[in-house]
Design a protein around this ligand. Structure first.
Ligand SMILES: Nc1ncnc2c1ncn2[C@@H]1O[C@H](COP(=O)(O)OP(=O)(O)O)[C@@H](O)[C@H]1O
Ligand SMILES: [Mg+2]
Length: 254
């Protein structure tokens, strides 16, 4: 009897609704990430998850309110959740699932995402040690990263691309200085652009640093060049002209 019930085909309409509901849920969080957040709530590291600040293809960033057991600074915490269910990868997975040759792919994908999250945590620590402004990393578990919330009075800071620079000469030099300082510590951000810089008051902060590499990476120098060129390209519209090759030489002399 039970078997019969469980194999009974649902009416089409309900099927569609269920699919839609599942889609919306997975857009916000997948079940797995929800359990991890539940853990942080239970341990009173966070008191609440307040609202999504931004949602991209690979990750979603929330503002959360710190709980009583949280020993860091500030009332708020930024939580970055790397999406497990909703990347292109998961569309691929739906083709692969059920094929016995690919039984372990789900695990591989998770592994890659978890490694990415762990790498972002470590990379943020490198910035902290180098005293380059970036969110202070607090904790991570699997695909969930807790870090310093960058904002003022609970309102998240804006990206450089949205607010622009009030002092382009200074901001340009500051950012090139970050590249040099990190290079000197053996590290390259590898995705610096006006889309990954938050203006915290008048101090630019580097964010989104999961792809950062150590200098022994074969493309480290190429990535550093690209970071420098992105900064110079952005500030060129403010009339700032610097010779990229000279800047790169200066970075490498760190
Ligand atoms: N620590 C933070 N404090 C406040 N806002 C943040 C923080 N980190 C990220 N954000 C916001 O979330 C957005 C997405 O974060 P990011 O790390 O760039 O992820 P993505 O991989 O989706 O680009 C950012 O553009 C920024 O607006
Ligand atoms: Mg980004």
């Amino acid at each position: 009897m039970a078997r019969k019930l469980s194999t009974r085909k649902r009416p089409k309409r309900e099927d569609k609704q269920l699919k839609e509901k599942k889609k919306i849920e997975s857009e916000v969080f997948d079940r797995y990430s929800m359990l991890i957040l539940g853990g942080f709530l239970n341990k009173k590291v966070i008191r609440s998850v307040d609202y999504p600040i931004a949602s991209g293809k690979e990750a979603i960033v929330f503002r959360a309110t710190a709980g009583e057991k949280f020993k860091g600074e500030g009332e708020h915490i930024a939580i970055k959740i790397y999406k497990i269910e909703t990347s292109n990868f998961s569309r691929m997975q739906s083709y692969i699932r059920g094929d016995p040759r690919f039984l372990s792919v789900g695990g591989v994908k998770r592994g890659i995402i978890f490694a990415w999250c762990r790498k972002e945590f470590r990379n943020l620590q490198i910035c902290k040690d180098a005293e380059v402004p970036a969110p202070i990393p607090y904790f991570f578990k699997d695909n969930v990263l807790l870090m310093q919330f960058l904002g003022e009075e609970g309102i998240p800071d804006s990206l450089l691309v949205d607010v622009g620079s009030d002092n382009p000469e200074k901001d340009c030099n500051t950012l090139l200085g970050y590249v040099r300082k990190l290079y000197g510590k053996g590290f390259v951000h590898a995705d610096i652009s006006e889309f990954n810089i938050l203006m915290h008051g008048d101090v630019p902060y580097l964010i989104d640093i999961g792809q950062g590499v150590l200098l022994d990476h074969p493309k480290a120098e190429e990535f550093m060049r690209r970071d420098v060129e992105n900064i110079l390209r952005y500030f060129r519209k403010y009339g700032i002209e610097k010779n990229a090759e000279e800047v790169i030489r200066w970075v490498k002399s760190a």
